[in-house]
Write a protein that binds this ligand. Structure first.
Ligand code: HEM
Length: 394
């Protein structure tokens, strides 16, 4: 039987045949540890929207995983994604009010400049993750909170360690790296917030000033502020790196689609949606049941941890025609890469903008890029992407 805690060899690099089998045979699958794996698009869609029966709060699940009163426990149980109202509502309202279309439109010229600069300085034997895909979100999210340029160095490793601790199974080293990253990140942000309070930025464009100021309903506490800043910095890093890396790998592996996109650059928007569907940067989410429910023919007790498999839902043949085919013109494309309901990704417009501009400008500059055979997968179950994509540019 498929067990997410002991996945088959090669699952992290290529989970897709396993998802197809789960969808066909056991779309609702109880796991040996008492949790349940859910794969159907309709089930995920309904679960995301029913926040009374399926909660995001993870205090019960994270107590044995991280230990009470540990840095990772404090971080993950304070960030909005693992909370329900009222904390979720307060934090989300302040965050969304900061990421207005106006604020995003103002970011676009800087994003284009950053990407064009990277394209100019890339070596001929480049690594598309190291030299391109991972650099863009660091700069963008760094700009969002106005983190000084020379202080951005450690952000990526902190982020990787903290999000890495959400994997279903952890080694003691991964756990300690996660705790240490939260300690270091908190210390750094305490200083940054103190400086920003002393010299506030423009609340129209500076998300950190906006988060410090709060709104009519009040302000965040110091811990809520710090942990949600960490979350926003993390949420937009690995995910967007993976969107760009996975997208360029998909185009490399599908030369006909790549040629079509080069010929018709206006297809970039539907192409990015298809990249998000085929290789969702975030393959799994979780919810906990508050009542007994029946999904398919499986009855699930209250208090059960559900693994929502976004990667499988995005290949559900009941929703997508020829789901295994990469089709940059696919429309409609009701993928769940950004989840749905009240927790739908706050950064989805920003992520789409980064993906669109990065891939479009890369293709225009290096239409003949070729990935080398020695690509290295990310090795993670939840976050799907590459550690390294060696590439020859010409
Ligand atoms: C391709 C890139 C991205 C993907 C695939 C992605 C995916 C997701 C998903 C699936 C969730 C829902 C988690 C759940 O409730 O189970 C989420 C939530 C969230 N994302 Fe993203 N994300 C991306 C980029 C970003 C960026 C750039 C930002 C920051 C500006 C961001 C900020 C957030 C926040 C704050 C939440 C929590 C929302 C809430 O709980 O109400 N994300 N994201």
């Amino acid at each position: 039987m498929f067990d997410l805690a002991n996945p088959p060899a090669n699952f992290t690099d290529n989970p897709f045949p396993h998802y197809d089998r789960l969808l066909a045979e056991t779309p609702v699958l109880p796991q040996p540890d008492g949790s349940v794996l859910i794969c159907k698009h309709a089930d995920l869609n309904a679960i995301y929207r029913d926040t009374a029966t399926y909660i995001s709060d993870k205090k019960a699940a994270f107590t044995p995983k991280f230990g009470l009163d540990t840095p990772l426990f404090e971080h993950h149980t304070t960030s909005l994604v693992f909370n329900d109202p009222p904390l979720h509502t307060r934090v989300r309202r302040i965050m969304t009010s900061a990421l207005t279309p106006k604020a995003l439109a103002r970011m676009e010229p800087g994003l284009i400049k950053t990407i064009d600069h990277l394209l100019n300085v890339m070596p001929q034997d480049a690594d598309l993750i190291e030299d391109f895909a991972s650099v863009i979100p660091i700069q963008i999210i760094g700009n969002l909170l106005d983190v000084p340029m020379d202080e951005r160095g450690p952000l990526r490793d902190w982020s990787l360690s903290i999000l890495g601790a959400l994997e279903p199974v952890l080694t003691p080293q991964q756990l300690e790296m996660g705790h240490q990253a939260v300690r270091d990140f908190k210390q750094y942000l305490t200083g940054l917030i103190a400086r920003r309070k002393a010299r506030p930025g423009d609340p129209e464009t500076d998300v950190l000033t906006r988060l410090i100021d709060g709104d009519d309903s009040g302000r965040l506490t110091e811990i809520e502020l710090i942990q949600n800043c960490i979350f926003i910095l993390n949420a937009g890093h690995e995910t967007t790196t993976n969107l760009i890396g996975n997208g360029l790998a998909l185009l490399n592996d599908n030369p006909v689609q790549k040629a079509q996109l080069i010929d018709e650059p206006t297809l970039i928007n539907t192409a990015v949606e298809e990249m998000l569907r085929m290789r969702s940067p975030n393959q799994f989410g979780n919810r906990e049941t508050t009542a007994k429910v029946t999904l398919g023919d499986v009855t699930i007790p209250a208090g059960t941890n559900l693994h929502l498999c976004i990667g499988a839902a995005n290949r559900d043949p009941d929703v997508f025609d020829k789901p295994g085919v990469f089709d940059i013109t696919r429309q409609p494309n009701r993928h769940l890469a950004f989840a749905g309901g009240p927790h739908v990704c706050v950064g989805l417009t920003l992520a789409r903008m980064e993906g669109r501009i990065a891939i479009d400008r890369f293709l225009r500059r290096y239409p003949d890029y070729e990935l080398a055979a020695r690509r290295v997968g990310g090795g993670r179950i939840r976050f799907h992407g590459y550690q390294s994509l060696p590439c020859t540019l010409s």
